[in-house]
Design a protein around this ligand. Sequence first.
Ligand code: G1P
Length: 227
Amino acid sequence: MEDHFDHSFELDATLERRGKLELLAVSRGVSALAKISYVRQKEPLGLGHAVLCAKDLVGDEPFAVILPDDVIDAKVPCLKQMIKIFDQKGGSVLATQTVEGPSISLYGVLSGSQDQDNPRIYNCTGMVEKPKFEDAPSKQAIIGRYVLTPRVFELLEQTTPGAGGEIQLTDGILALVKEEKVFGYTFEGKRFDAGDKFGMLQATVEFALKRSDLGPQFRAYLKGLAL
Ligand code: G1P
């Protein structure tokens, strides 16, 4: 990631020498996209531990967590929707989706109740990481977008390993629920699980079809397959 968003001096010099100016502009554009700071998680101790590694970088302000294997296609970006709810309700917000059946045990699952005013909002009273199907407290699964208050860092420091022997973000947020308001939010948009081979394929096909440059050609190609 660090290399991808950095200047590629050798590549840029080669493209310049060969007069490939369009490609040179693409390569330079990537490094100009954003100012990024990095922190490395030195040991794979769990998602909660990974988030905790960013404590000093984030400081004492609300922050967002994005799990990039959850790819979301939405008219209004999912995080933008969530920040609006954070501002309205004054509490941390977790993206959620209703999951039917046994696959609920692949997720963090909320307990609580639907908000009276906004059916997309769920007032959290608890949560559990990857419960057995029969133990799941609801069908409200956490999807990989979070807007959190910085208090969760201190709570993560006290969080001991949970499901899978890992320090779970879900357990840190469960501690937060006991002190502050926390909400689930059923975002508007479509989510792909790109951490799964089939989900990755679905995301690739659907995003390719939506592109103005490749979409028409790709659609024609798919239609021509003897399926
Ligand atoms: C993580 C979280 C889990 C959440 C899921 C969403 O699990 O621990 O609470 O529901 O992301 O994708 P992972 O998929 O990394 O096992």
